[in-house]
Unconditional design. Structure first.
Length: 147
């Protein structure tokens, strides 16, 4: 990512604040993916019962809830302490959480999740582009290793 000319420290500060703002948006997207997947698991029936009653779906949704709530904590932590380290943690964790939530939502929705008739694929596309906006999650982790 090319830097504009000028003060490097000011540019890094602006970047950190933007990463924190993006992390908050990623948490909202991940939470919406979880909400949609949970609603679908309650409504969709297979073999005479909701798919949410199957253990594999229950475990995936429970794991996703933990991921989303952990991302929410990382984002709130960065909002409360907008340091470079907190921004790197939020940028890394929230980006991966959004990607996971969007991918799992598509899997739980099944075939409809990737069609134009459903919104799940839009969240996945947004999660993918968000993960590249200020660098992929691994670049944020690399910033933690330096500092």
């Amino acid at each position: 990512m090319a830097r504009p000319a000028g003060d490097g420290a000011a540019w890094e500060r602006v970047r950190d604040l933007a990463v924190i703002a993006l992390a908050a948006e990623q948490v909202g997207g991940a939470a919406r993916c979880l909400e949609a997947a949970t609603a679908h698991a309650r409504l969709r029936h297979q073999f005479g019962r909701p798919i949410g009653s199957f253990q594999a779906i229950k475990h995936r949704l429970a794991e996703l809830l933990v991921v989303v709530e952990s991302a929410r904590s990382a984002a709130w932590g960065a909002v409360g302490d907008p340091s470079a380290q907190a921004a790197a943690i939020a940028g890394s964790y929230c980006g991966e959480a959004y990607l996971k939530a969007a991918g799992d939502s598509i899997q739980i929705h099944g075939g409809i999740g990737i069609t134009w008739e459903h919104e799940a694929h839009r969240y996945f596309k947004r999660a993918t582009s968000d993960a590249r906006l200020f660098g992929p999650p691994r670049s944020h982790r690399a910033r933690l290793e330096i500092g």
